[in-house]
Design a binder for this molecule. Sequence first.
Ligand code: NAD
Length: 143
Amino acid sequence: MSTLQGKIALVTGASRGIGQGIAVSLAKAGADVALADISLDVLEETKKLVESEGVKVKAYQVNVTEYETVSTLVKAVAADFGTLDIAVNNAGVLGIHKVIDMTPDQWDRIFDVNAKGVFLCSKAELEVMLPNKSGRIINVSQF
Ligand SMILES: NC(=O)c1ccc[n+]([C@@H]2O[C@H](COP(=O)([O-])OP(=O)(O)OC[C@H]3O[C@@H](n4cnc5c(N)ncnc54)[C@H](O)[C@@H]3O)[C@@H](O)[C@H]2O)c1
């Protein structure tokens, strides 16, 4: 039996890069995977890759900077899959700029997605995990 058989995982920013790799790895380990990103269209490739591992997969739209969409996402995942065991808060924007070159708007955007996004996702996920007294949250970010 695979290590994560029967577990339900959520990965944000799952359309490409690190998030796509994590989603496929979770599926290879046997977990059912909920994929979330800024639009549904961008999740098609990851959805096919996860599906091909023979686990349940569903794609969701979310903007991690808006608590309402994050809360709706987490509730929908728990309802569709029955629970939430593993959450990987990976959605982010790359913010490698020299201070001298960065505009205040770029700074705000990086913190909105990479810091506030991780907080909002963790908060919504804890609302499901704490009553269950079970769950794992993995935050992937950079500042
Ligand atoms: N690649 C690196 O070298 C590196 C280094 C350190 C940390 N990280 C962190 O790892 C994570 C993934 O990095 P990556 O290189 O795969 O990045 P990427 O840009 O390839 O992927 C980021 C994903 O997040 C999604 N996303 C962005 N804003 C969003 C929002 N508001 N709501 C929902 N989804 C949103 C994008 O659509 C994309 O699918 C990020 O949090 C990044 O900050 C990456």
